[in-house]
Design a protein around this ligand. Structure first.
Ligand code: ZN
Ligand code: ZN
Ligand code: FE
Length: 758
């Protein structure tokens, strides 16, 4: 006989972990107990050594769906000869956990009960259990228990309390547990908040949607605006009211079978679609004759369609009432505002957008937008890591010597808290210059610090002096550390891939503040978490009009044409002569034309040169459309470029490429062919520079980071060339390659600088 004392840390409280241990031990005939203790679970188990080995293996392997073990250690003890296995609830049982699970899609068991007429929660829109339901979005403080969630105002009925208290029940210590007798209630109302009488609010709403109405639907982390995705007039009206011209809308469909009618769904995409995080998955639109089609204005000019499946019981009931009709599900806001999540605010801001509101009285505390990922070609690429993922800890390949807060960037912002070997990356907060987003940022930083018992002693921020996050950092009154933007991108990709040794970082994005004060964005860095050296970059050109140039690709076309001494004739007729002249003057005089090495801006220039787009309606649009064009044709050659080395710094000269594109335009080559050749050239640049750096420095590991690497075609082309040359390429799979992943990199760098100082 042997007795083992296990100590287990991770997401092990409030996720059905103790009932799982109880069941497992009982099945194996072990005796002992399981108990929550400040932030960890203690298990004492007694039995045969071999059985205990099975038990130990199974603890790690057969976890309940929402549990995650961060650390499991055990030691042996003298056997005590106790009988049976029990769940011990000590008097000081801290129900709170320092690891909070993310919000999670309705589980299979709850779904079965939801549609079972014999169940007491039949068609109850707030059914949940320890394996599913709201978490982050309803938490108001630590430790995590019902009192510190937005469920605090709902007293459990006797039946719910009995389940909550029963260790063998699926709802044992399920904090948001509720039923029709005691929990939140749903209301269908008009846009003035007056209740609409209906026997079944879901059928009534479905009927109105089928008639072309636009609805505001209160979800898990905020409000959605919804309409019939097959009704072009309704979708067009939604765009008009929401003031969103072209940015694609996502659709929600009732189930996976329906999703397959609309999109080409790779196995990886399928896994993401049905997984408990339920992100929006961007998949290729099906174009074959059997395919189902959404209305044109849902995702105009886009070969991708964002699809998501229902993730709360409310969504399941709504989609059930809609049958096989897909709904547009877009964030409840106008243009680029943060999503509405507070009821009063939603009615104030969305009354002009929505004809009808589906609301409920369970408050949302944390505004949390849908996560977005790309999963075509079977490669998963996170674009926005938010609901369903945050605040799942990311395991770090190092330890933080002190608690650290990394405040991230400006747009697509997230922050990260580092403690021990875990990083807690926040949900998506958006553009911090929005007043509302700024407020949420400051409040949610404090909330995370509270939840994860983390009092930061060091705050890492971007080098950019004008980011709202940079201005926030010193206000915390602790030491601060400025981290260069592209170094943070490099460290972010290293950290999520568990890398430690120096790498070649290919960091391509739109703009980041360079160490020399200029705008960087086409960078090759050699470095690790501690330091970096800029080894190569795209040749600088001016951005005529500054910021305006990032919204008007034609300006970058002018900059590159001028630099390559190519006449601007191709832009004549499309751009007003006076505007062209103005841009040229600014560039020639270096007036309001900050130099940039941005690769994102080169994509913009090319998008304009091929006649695709001179102005963009949303960030990244030109590059996305250029990739779309290029993906439609097969390999058809590559444009030339030059590498110029001076004093250990390589400059990539794209002027030969610009001249060839102009020549191709003159000879009427198709935009798709030009786009494809440009992608091939970009990949060839990456390969040529990396091979040279590999030879110079003996480093054969490469990380790809920065927003440009949301481009799957460029990534695939460059990766295959590098691999053929014997290099290993690491890409983002956990956090976004864009600025949403920045905070993780800042955190990693701060942790190492701090360790070096002590
Ligand atoms: Zn459940
Ligand atoms: Zn109840
Ligand atoms: Fe960036």
């Amino acid at each position: 006989m042997e007795r083992r004392v296990f100590s287990i840390r991770g997401i092990v409280q409030g996720v059905g972990f103790r009932p799982f241990v109880h069941g497992l031990a009982t099945r194996l005939g072990l005796s002992g107990f399981v108990q929550n203790q400040s932030g960890q679970v203690i298990v004492e188990a007694e039995g045969e050594g071999a059985t205990l080995d099975d038990f130990t293996a199974s603890l790690r392997r057969d976890l309940p769906p929402r549990a995650m073990i961060e650390a499991l250690t055990w030691r042996t003890q003298t056997p005590l000869g106790d009988r049976g296995f029990r769940i011990e609830v000590s008097s000081s049982d801290p129900t709170g956990s320092i690891f909070i699970a993310p919000d999670s899609a309705t589980c299979r068991d709850c779904l079965r009960e939801l549609f079972d007429p014999g169940d007491r929660r039949y068609r109850y829109p707030f059914i949940n259990c320890t394996n599913c339901g709201p978490r982050l979005t309803i938490i108001t403080g630590a430790p995590y228990d019902r009192e510190r969630t937005t469920m605090a105002g709902f007293a459990m009925c006797a039946a719910c309390q009995a389940e909550y208290d029963d260790p063998a029940d699926r709802r044992f210590h399920a904090q948001p547990s509720a039923c029709p007798a005691c929990g939140p209630q749903l209301t269908l109302c008009d846009n003035a908040g007056r209740a609409i009488a209906a026997d079944d609010p879901f059928r009534e709403l479905a009927r109105r949607l089928a008639d072309g109405a636009i609805a505001a639907v209160k979800g898990l982390g905020g409000y959605h605006l919804a309409c019939d995705a097959k009704d072009a007039a309704a979708v067009g009206e939604l765009r008009r009211r929401k003031r969103r011209d072209e940015k694609p809308f996502a659709i929600m469909v009732a189930n996976f079978e329906i999703a397959r009618l609309y999109g080409d769904i790779s196995p990886a995409a399928a896994e993401c679609l049905v997984g408990p995080q339920r992100p929006i998955v961007l998949v290729r639109k099906r174009i074959d004759p059997e395919a189902a089609q959404v209305a044109g204005p849902v995702a105009p000019g886009n070969r991708f369609l964002g699809i998501l499946l229902p993730y709360t019981p409310l969504h399941h009931l709504l989609m059930d009432a809609c049958g096989d009709r897909p709904l547009v599900m877009t964030s409840g806001n106008r243009s680029d505002e943060p999503i509405a999540y507070d009821d009063a605010d939603a009615f104030a801001r969305l009354a002009d957008c929505a004809d009808v509101f589906l609301v409920h009285n369970r408050p949302i505390h944390v505004r949390c937008e849908d996560s977005v990922l790309r999963a075509d070609d079977n490669v998963v690429l996170p674009l926005r890591r938010s609901r369903g993922y945050a605040p799942q800890p990311i395991a770090l390949p190092f330890a933080c010597p002190v608690p650290i807060l990394a405040v991230g960037g400006q747009l697509k912002s997230t922050f990260a808290l580092g403690r021990d070997t875990s990083a807690f990356l926040s949900h998506h907060l958006g553009d911090l210059d929005h007043y509302e987003a700024g407020l949420s940022f400051e409040r949610d930083v404090r909330l995370y610090e509270d939840l994860f018992e983390c009092v930061p002693q060091l705050v890492a921020h971007d080098l950019h002096p004008d980011y709202a996050s940079t201005r926030y950092a010193p206000r915390r009154g602790v030491r601060t550390l400025a981290v260069q933007h592209h170094h943070a991108h490099l460290a972010s990709c290293m950290a999520e891939n568990g890398l430690v040794d120096p790498v070649i970082g290919v960091i391509f994005d739109g703009a980041g503040y360079g160490s020399d004060g200029s705008v960087w964005g086409g960078e090759f860095l050699i470095g690790d978490y501690r330091s970096f050296r800029r080894a190569a970059h795209l040749r600088n050109v001016g951005m005529p009009g500054g910021e305006q140039a990032s919204r008007e690709p034609w300006r970058m076309a002018v900059a590159h044409l001028l630099d390559a001494k190519v006449p601007l004739t191709s832009l004549n007729g499309r751009i007003a002569a006076s505007a062209l002249k103005n841009a040229v003057t600014m560039l020639e005089r270096g007036f309001r034309s900050p130099p940039t090495s941005s690769f994102g801006r080169l994509f913009d220039a090319v998008a304009s040169l091929v006649g695709l787009r001179d102005r963009i309606r949303y960030e990244g649009q030109a590059a996305q459309e250029l990739e779309g064009l290029a993906s439609a044709v097969a390999d058809c050659g590559c444009y030339p470029f030059e590498l110029v080395a001076t004093n250990d710094l390589i400059e990539i000269d794209p002027r030969p490429l610009i001249r060839e594109i102009a020549a191709d335009r003159t000879s009427n080559a198709s935009p798709a062919v030009i786009a494809r050749r440009f992608h091939a050239a970009s990949a060839a640049m990456i390969a040529a520079v990396c091979r040279r750096l590999q030879a110079q420095h003996g480093i054969d590991r490469v990380v790809f980071s920065g927003g440009v690497f949301a481009n799957a075609l460029l990534t695939a082309l460059a990766k295959s060339q590098l691999e053929a040359a014997g290099l290993t390429v690491f890409c983002h799979r956990v956090v976004p390659p864009g600025d949403g992943g920045l905070s993780l990199g800042q955190l990693a760098i701060a942790a190492h600088r701090e360790a070096d100082e002590n």
